[in-house]
Design a protein around this ligand. Structure first.
Ligand code: NDP
Length: 249
């Protein structure tokens, strides 16, 4: 199985922490040059970049809001200017603003939809033409089990993550003829800052409902992304790969 990404270039949104960071490190381990974005954690971003460069990995750390169209265009251009191609795009940046619908404000809705879904449109749009011209590329969009099952208190988040599925399948159909693959990874319950706030009772209940009987780790998700990004996944497009310990089957 060919998981080798030597000579390839990759861009990951939201790469400083949690799942995004694990993806950045796994793509680098597979041999890719890796650019990543972040919104606010500059110190962490610079430390990660320095770590990767110390291992001989070419790296770019670019600050900005993934929901901002100009930032997406500038970021993709920066990758092209530095390395001449964009082979792998991972749309990972995401947030939650959980509350029951009765209390959900228009701002809760707009902010989550813009950060989680419009960002995917932004980066795919910016990478679309270069990948088409290259006649190759792999886009992996990070959705969520919640986009498939729904969850009380997460109507905004679930809508943003479900939206990714239809978006990605449409793009897979548009770009397949040009050798560009578009897939989705839908993680279940993964131990990161995003889930750290759940109280112990909720964590135990969640764990009890996972057939594999454990919470997922960021590396579990990163392994699936490397598979889809690499030639090992060469005949897979328009697919949603569930990395959730069996939660959503
Ligand atoms: P974290 O909160 O741990 O990390 C989020 C990352 O995204 C950070 O690097 C953060 O940067 C960045 N980010 C947030 N908002 C923006 C923005 N507007 N522009 C650019 N970067 C941004 O999240 P996770 O690692 O847990 O989640 C990563 C993805 O996986 C998300 O899309 C999430 O919805 C999805 N997911 C997570 C699950 C889980 O259980 N953890 C389950 C299913 C899906 P900074 O540090 O600068 O804020």
């Amino acid at each position: 199985m060919n998981l080798d990404l030597a000579g390839k270039t990759a861009l990951v949104t939201g790469g400083t922490r949690g799942i995004g960071r694990a993806i950045v490190e796994a793509l680098a381990d597979a041999g890719a040059k890796v650019a990543f974005t972040y919104r606010s954690s500059s110190e962490t971003a610079e430390a990660l970049k320095a770590d990767l460069e110390a291992k001989g990995v070419a790296c770019l750390a670019l600050q900005g809001d993934a929901a901002d169209t100009a930032h997406a265009e500038e970021t993709v251009q920066a990758v092209l200017d530095a390395w001449g191609s964009i082979d792998v795009l991972v749309n990972n940046a995401g947030i939650t603003r959980d509350t029951l619908m009765i209390r959900m404000s228009e701002d809760d809705w707009d902010t989550v939809l813009e950060t989680n879904l419009k960002s995917v449109f932004n980066f795919c749009k910016a990478a679309y033409r270069p990948m088409m011209k290259q006649r190759g590329g792999s886009i992996v969009n990070i959705s969520s089990v919640v986009g498939v099952t729904g969850n009380p208190g997460q109507a905004n988040y679930a809508a943003s993550k479900a939206g990714m599925l239809g978006f990605s399948k449409s793009l897979a159909r548009e770009l397949g003829g040009r050798g560009v693959r578009v897939n989705v990874v839908a993680p279940g319950y993964i131990a990161t800052d995003m889930t750290a706030d759940l109280n112990e009772k909720a964590q135990e209940a969640m764990q009890g409902s996972i057939p594999l009987g454990r919470v997922g780790q960021p590396d579990d998700v990163a392994a699936a992304v490397v598979f889809l990004a690499s030639d090992a996944g060469a005949y897979i497009t328009g697919h949603t790969l569930h990395v959730d310990g069996g939660l959503a089957m």
